[in-house]
Every structure is written in structure tokens, then in C-alpha cells.
Write a protein that binds this ligand. Structure first.
Ligand code: GLA
Length: 338
């Protein structure tokens, strides 16, 4: 049996910028999903989700659409085959230690591990940029979430010890060492489940496309703060968030280079205020979770990922203890064969 591991991801800053050709600063984490795969006779895929005690069985050629975790498995198999990869009939075992639906991208973790395991069975070398695009197609066409490339780039290109400054327009990835000394980063689940296909995520993406069309630009990367007053509410607020969030990514990179972690905390707080008031992706549960992080002494805390539920990310100075139930996060390696 071949085995592959796909990591979850944390995005330090740069939220709802990826599908606007913007900037983000994610890293892969140690928690993730492991997929075991072995060839079997016949023309089916049999997949076992061990943590859920569930099984799926579907034809290798043209799998029908499905819901939940099955959509990711069927979509990945179908998209790999449509791209010409010789994925054989297989039995798959899936297990992980990454909370599902908590905004840590359990979906990209699963897809990346599936891709590497299935390509190993096919005895093919992975082209990671191809797998990034394939992962996004699975989300867009099989799951119904119009997500961008952030999660897939983070899980396929993450580096131990570093975040990645990603410029989506140029598809440029720059390693940004994340040396926090005695400071810590932690995530805490708001316990309001996060689901990009069912939340207002697709609506936000649509609003950004509308704003770009009204401004006559190809993407909001070309929009400037002078453009904002030309747009009706709420498009003006959405665009202001995107422009200022791109700027916060670069200010965070500079603050990290200067080891100015207080400033990184202030940028996380500013990002949260913008995601709450301008982009409107927060919820009462997320606000409570941010407050719990700040009450525990966080220098900055913000909703992370798509929002409308999921987790809060916070930065703690030396000596401050994250609230009970938090998970400490540090940059770990990208998806890999074990
Ligand atoms: C989700 C999506 C990403 C990105 C973030 C918001 O995680 O999967 O593509 O849009 O939300 O930054």
C-alpha cells in the first residue's frame, strides 16, 4: 500500500484576496490527512473514511456526483483521469487528525494526499502546479465552492519553518521565514461549522466579479482606493477590504523581517475588523472566539479562511496562554508520500 500525507493550512493574513488575483501569506501545518492506496482488480474505487466509519464505492470511469467527503474523492479521481493520468482501480483508506469544517482546509489536505497516492499507484511523477489547479477544479465543479488557489498552493508548496508570500496574479511564491521566538500562533474553533459551498462565500466572489466589471478592470488587483467611491454599497466596502488586505500582507512581511511581532498582531486585528465590517464574513460565534483570544492576551486575532464559521487565528506574546481547546500552529512540510 502507498501512503501520502496532505497537510492542513493556516493563512497568516491575506483573506479573500486569492480569487481577486491578490496577495496572501499561508503556511502548511503538521496536522493533516493520510491516504493509503492499493491497486485492486476490477473497475471501481472503494474508499474508506476510517474516522467516520463510512465507505464509498464508485465506478472509475465517470463517477456520479455525491455529497460530503465523497465529493472530494470522486472529484479527485475523475479530474485526474480527465487530465490523462492512468489512475487504476483502487482501495483507499483515509484518516486524519485535522478538524473537519474548522477552516483549516481539510478539503485541500484530503485532495492533495489523494492526488499523490493515486499518482504513485499510476507510477507517475506529480506536477504540483497542475495538482493545485486540479484541486481548485474539484472544489469548483464537484463540491460547488467557488474557491481560489490559496489552500492548494499552501498544501503543495508549504515549507517547514516558513510562510509563503503568494502573489496569485504572477503565481510567484516567496518563502518568508516565520521565526516567532517565544511568541506563538494558535487557532481556536468557533464551533460554528464552516462550509464554503453553503455559506455566503460564493456570493462574495460574485460581488467582487461585479465590482471588477463595473470598474472595467480584469481583476480587483488593478483597482485602487480612488475607485472605491465610484461603487455602490456593499461593493465599495468589499473592494476596500481587498485593496487594504493586499497591503496588509506586505506590511506583515516587513514586520516579520524586523521581528516586530506587536505590529503583526496589530495587522491581524486590522484584518479582522475589515473582514467583519467591510467584507462581512464574521458571525456572533466568531466574534466571541476572537474576544476569548484577546481576553487570553492575544496581540492580534482574526477570523481565518472563508469565514461564516470556522476558526480564529491569534498571535500570543511570551507568557500568554491561549484558551483551552486552542491548537498551536507552526509551519510544516507540504503534501508528500510517506
Ligand atoms: C477559503 C478558500 C480560499 C480563500 C479563503 C479566503 O479558504 O478555499 O480559496 O478564498 O477562503 O481567503
Amino acid at each position: 500500500m502507498v501512503r501520502a500525507r496532505g497537510p492542513g493550512r493556516v493563512n497568516l493574513i491575506g483573506e479573500h484576496t486569492d480569487y481577486n488575483d491578490g496577495l496572501c501569506l499561508p503556511f502548511a501545518i503538521a496536522r493533516g490527512v493520510t491516504v493509503g492506496a492499493e491497486r485492486i482488480d476490477g473497475d471501481e474505487v472503494i474508499a474508506q473514511a476510517k474516522d467516520l466509519g463510512e465507505e464509498d464505492r464508485f465506478p472509475l470511469a465517470e463517477p456520479p456526483k455525491a455529497e460530503g467527503w465523497r465529493a472530494f474523492v470522486r472529484g479527485t479521481v475523475a479530474e485526474l483521469r480527465a487530465a490523462g493520468h492512468a489512475v487504476p482501480a483502487a482501495r483507499l483508506e483515509i484518516e486524519g487528525d485535522l478538524p473537519r469544517g474548522a477552516g483549516l482546509s481539510s478539503s485541500a489536505a484530503l485532495e492533495s494526499a489523494l492526488c499523490l497516492a493515486l499518482l504513485a499507484l499510476a507510477e507517475e511523477e506529480p506536477d504540483r502546479l497542475e495538482l493545485v489547479r486540479l484541486g481548485a477544479r474539484v472544489e469548483n465543479e464537484w463540491v460547488g465552492a467557488q474557491t481560489g488557489l490559496l489552500d492548494h498552493l499552501a498544501v503543495h508548496f508549504g515549507r517547514d519553518g516558513s510562510a509563503l508570500r503568494i502573489d496569485i496574479a504572477a503565481l510567484e511564491l516567496e518563502e518568508v521565514p516565520l521565526d516567532l521566538g517565544a511568541w506563538t500562533l494558535a487557532v481556536l474553533d468557533s464551533n460554528s461549522p464552516h462550509d464554503n459551498a453553503a455559506s455566503g462565500y460564493n456570493q462574495r466572489r460574485e460581488e467582487c466579479a461585479q465590482a471588477a466589471a463595473q470598474l472595467g478592470v480584469e481583476s480587483l488587483r488593478q483597482a485602487t482606493l480612488e475607485d472605491v467611491p465610484r461603487l455602490p454599497d456593499p461593493l465599495d466596502r468589499r473592494v476596500r477590504h481587498v485593496i487594504e488586505e493586499n497591503d496588509r500582507v506586505d506590511r506583515t512581511v516587513i514586520a516579520l523581517a524586523h521581528e516586530d511581532l506587536r505590529e503583526v498582531g496589530a495587522l491581524l486585528d486590522a484584518s479582522h475588523a475589515s473582514l467583519r465590517d467591510l467584507y462581512e464574513v464574521s458571525t456572533p460565534e466568531l466574534e466571541e472566539t476572537v474576544k476569548a483570544m484577546k481576553d487570553a492576551g492575544a496581540a492580534g486575532a482574526r477570523v481565518m479562511g472563508g469565514g461564516f464559521g470556522g476558526s480564529v487565528l491569534a498571535l500570543f506574546p511570551p507568557g500568554a496562554d491561549p484558551p483551552v481547546g486552542s491548537l498551536g500552529v507552526v509551519p510544516g512540510p507540504a503534501a508528500r508520500l510517506l
